[in-house]
Design a protein around this ligand. Structure first.
Ligand code: PLP
Length: 467
């Protein structure tokens, strides 16, 4: 092996490399800064390897270097934000963007991007309007609430709802509901940020109405109930119901707030009466302030929705924090579109993709999985074994944690190489394919793979295995 100095002198000069690449860069329309960054980064990696005695071999000629540069430049010139194929079976997958939107909602986002709009302009009076007025009435129609407000996400909805009435005051909450929901949403932390003083009552497993009642003082500003989402206690447990809290709140003239988290607007048929309470049910029970996410069971864009009694919602609207937490035009445009689907009870399960995926029959899922197998079986026969296997998928997003849904997956077992390598390689494809490894097979759950993705998926797999 040559000594380090000699090796370092063999590294090419950036400017010379760029000259060699010139026609490629022009043809692919690559900005010079990206090209420089790519070339520099490849050379730097070799330099580091030389210095750390980790060099295996140097490219031998300009041609070989150019191939490396092109790969890197190509990678740098590609948007980092990519669509993926979700084969995890988790419908509301926070890491994969939670809910996907309907075509109509997506069209509204495109319109909001391509054109000026009446976002804050009242077309009837020609005067300034409010972006919230475009969605408030629909939300009230669908939830039965007197008033509504939409903010950036549900964490923001909880924050502003607690901050508004409760700064410098006490908020009573059950000890069993002081949970962390993931993505570092911790109820006690949010409360602290809001300036409210937390009064924990009850024991970890059991809280009773008299615990709440005994903690009420003249500084009590709110009785709070939090949906524990992805956390569930079983056994000797009890929590105070919304009805009981509302009755207590009324007696002491203290508002009651419930953070529902997922907040479904309708009762999902297959979950029956044992499911979570819906937003209209909680509003109907008389809870004064109800918060929930826009992109969980509702199936809309990221946002947090606050509904309830007008006198409380109006105060929250006037909170200066509201300006900092406001939603953008893309959210307004797509949220309205998704909400409109809920006016029609018969078609909402079809028209809101999140609801469609949750409620689809496992027969339909099986059909889609079979289609992929039929397309691939012969073509991939030498490279991997494809089988149809039953599996279970999850709603996700902290919603309905104890429900799993029967589903079907295509299981891939590579003839050569490890299943871990397969999983990694599929993540690196042009449209990354995300699945999970189970019993040494790579599983693609078809609950979350759409009809029109099957051809793309098949094409990518054929290319990958033939490569
Ligand atoms: C998910 C969740 C939140 C946070 O909502 P985001 O929309 O992610 O900000 C808050 N509370 C509960 C109970 C949740 O399930």
């Amino acid at each position: 092996m040559k000594d380090k100095k000699t090796l370092l002198r063999l590294l090419p000069k950036v400017d010379e490399c760029l000259l060699v690449l010139a026609s490629y860069l022009e043809q692919e329309n690559v900005p010079l800064r990206i090209a420089k960054k790519g070339v520099q980064s490849v050379i730097d990696t070799y330099r580091q390897n030389i210095l750390n005695d980790a060099l295996e071999r140097l490219p031998e000629n300009a041609e070989e270097w150019s191939l490396l540069f092109r790969d890197k430049i190509c990678e740098l010139n590609d948007p980092l934000f990519k669509r993926v194929i979700n084969g995890t079976g988790i419908v509301i997958h926070t890491n994969l963007g939670r809910s996907i939107l309907s075509n109509e909602a997506t069209r509204q986002i495109t319109t909001a991007g391509n054109y000026y709009s009446n976002l804050e302009f009242d077309l009837k009076t020609g005067k300034r309007g409010s972006r919230y007025s475009l969605v408030e009435e629909i939300i009230c129609d669908l939830t039965g609430a007197e008033a509504a407000l939409v903010v950036n996400n549900n964490a923001a909805a909880v924050l502003i709802s607690l901050e508004t009435p409760a700064t410098g005051h006490e908020v009573i909450v059950s000890r069993g509901q002081l949970v962390e929901i993931g993505g570092s949403f911790r109820v006690p932390d949010v409360m602290e940020k809001s300036g409210a003083e937390l009064v924990e009552v009850g024991a970890t497993n059991r809280t009773h109405l008299y615990d709440f009642e005994g903690a009420i003082t003249d500084r009590t500003a709110l009785l709070l109930s939090v949906h524990t989402s992805n956390f569930r206690m079983i056994g000797f447990t009890s929590e105070v119901s919304a009805d009981e809290l509302v009755e207590l709140g009324n007696r002491h003239d203290i508002p009651v707030m419930e953070d529902l988290g997922s907040g479904s607007l309708i009762r999902l048929p297959q979950f029956g009466m044992s499911g979570e309470p819906t937003v209209p049910e909680v509003v109907g029970a008389g809870v004064d302030i109800v918060t929930f996410s826009g992109d969980k069971l509702l199936g809309g864009p990221q946002c947090g929705i606050i509904v309830g009694k007008r006198k409380y919602i109006e105060k929250i609207k006037k909170n200066p924090l509201n300006r900092a937490l406001r939603i953008d035009k893309f959210t307004v445009a797509s949220l309205e579109s998704i909400l409109r689907c809920y006016y029609d009870n018969d078609s909402v399960l079809q028209n809101v993709p999140t609801l469609r995926m949750i409620s689809q029959s496992d027969d339909l899922i099986k059909k889609r999985a079979r289609r992929l197998i039929r397309r691939l079986k012969a073509k991939l026969a030498d490279y991997c074994t494809l089988t149809l296997v039953p599996t279970v998928s999850l709603v996700g997003g902290g919603a309905l944690p104890e429900y799993s849904m029967d589903s079907w997956a295509v299981s891939l077992r590579p003839a050569r190489g490890s299943v871990n390598n397969l999983e990694r390689d599929l993540r690196a494809l042009e449209i990354p394919i995300i699945g999970r490894i189970e019993h040494d097979c790579f599983l693609l759950d078809f609950r979350t793979i759409q009809e029109h993705e099957i051809i793309e998926l098949a094409g990518e797999l054929v290319t990958y295995f033939n490569y």
